[in-house]
Design a protein around this ligand. Structure first.
Ligand code: ZN
Ligand code: ZN
Length: 336
């Protein structure tokens, strides 16, 4: 089979031939049809995940069909369409797992493309616990980005505490943000998009935002306060200053939910947190059933990622487009 691997930290994405892997006990082999390129793939490319082993095949936005089952796999059969996302398995015995909170597994979190080979490949092997059923009505190219960018925004919003009609702002109209706007609007929130400049307003409104704030022209926090304050601000950017700047737009009990990962720390004044019970929290994607819910909700409501599609052999080019911010908005590799 053909795979695109990274041979060592900071090495290039290179196309190589490998043996097709056999699924071990509890695992399945997936014939990959599409795999999204995610900003987090840089963890593999740059070798910054503690203990990462090379060579490694990146990719945790996988969509394909189940091709072979290892021993002891129940509930799945060959030929079913399935996706694999960031949550690629868990230990089953740590305190988090014993509480059923698999996504925060403390002992052996398994992440495709980081702790085992991922989806920049014609075939991959994953634990059955990592599989999400892909519904009819969703192509592999459409399903792939929902397995990380999709589930992260969908799952954080549905657990945000916001209720229909509440004001929910999405900071950033990019790879995560353009999904977040769609989900927020379809969940029945009064959806506000915030981005720099006026050029993204038309798109944000097309995606479902009822309001748009150009954060270069206006003080986004003040604008949100004029609207009564946001119940939730979903922060999808990778800019700590931009995140810090909107916290003042939270209403009473408002939450800044951080899903983008800036390098610099947040700096926020504390009294508004105390006196208005405002809070700042992060959110880590979701488990395979959360991904499956994301796929089903997307079919139900018409949510789709905007994608640029490239064949597997052009993975390096796709990765550059994604990292440079030029991609509109997710790059998806297809295996042909
Ligand atoms: Zn990702
Ligand atoms: Zn665990």
């Amino acid at each position: 089979m053909r795979v695109v691997q990274v041979a060592g930290a900071k090495g290039p994405l290179e196309l190589v031939e490998r043996q097709i892997p056999e699924p071990g006990p509890g695992s399945v082999r997936v014939k990959v049809q599409a795999c999204g390129i995610c900003h987090s793939d840089s963890v593999t490319k740059e070798g910054i995940w503690p203990g990462i082993q090379f060579p490694r095949v990146p990719g945790h936005e996988v969509a394909g069909t189940i091709d072979a089952l290892g021993s002891g796999v129940a509930g799945w059969r060959a030929g079913q369409r399935a996706g694999v996302g960031w949550h690629g398995g868990h230990c089953g015995y740590c305190d988090s797992c014993r509480r059923g909170d698999f996504v925060t597994c403390q002992i052996a979190p398994q992440i495709p493309g980081i702790t085992y080979d991922g989806g920049y490949a014609e075939y991959m092997v994953a634990p059955a616990a990592a599989l999400a059923l892909i519904p009819d009505g969703l192509s592999a190219v459409d399903a792939a980005p929902l397995m990380c960018a999709g589930v992260t925004t969908f799952n954080s919003l549905r657990h945000s505490g916001a209720r229909p009609g509440d004001t929910v702002a999405v900071l950033g109209v990019g790879g995560l943000g353009h999904m977040g706007i769609q989900f927020a609007a379809r969940m029945g929130f009064r959806t506000v998009a915030i981005a720099r400049g006026a050029d993204k307003e038309a798109l944000a409104r097309k995606l479902g935002a009822q309001h748009y704030i150009d954060s270069q022209a206006k003080d986004a926090a003040a604008e949100l306060t004029k609207m009564g304050g946001a119940r939730v601000i979903l922060a999808t950017v990778t800019n700590g200053k931009a995140m810090s700047a909107v916290v003042g737009g939270l209403g009473v009990d408002g939450r800044l939910i951080v899903v983008g990962a800036p390098a610099e720390p947040l700096e926020v004044p504390v009294p508004p947190l105390i006196f208005g019970r405002r809070s700042i929290m992060g959110w880590p994607s979701g488990t395979s059933i959360d991904s499956q819910d994301t796929l089903a909700f997307s079919v139900l409501t018409g949510v789709r990622a905007m994608t640029e599609v490239l064949p597997l052999e052009r993975a390096a080019e796709g990765y550059e487009r994604m990292m440079s911010g030029k991609a509109r908005f997710r790059v998806v590799l297809t295996m042909g």
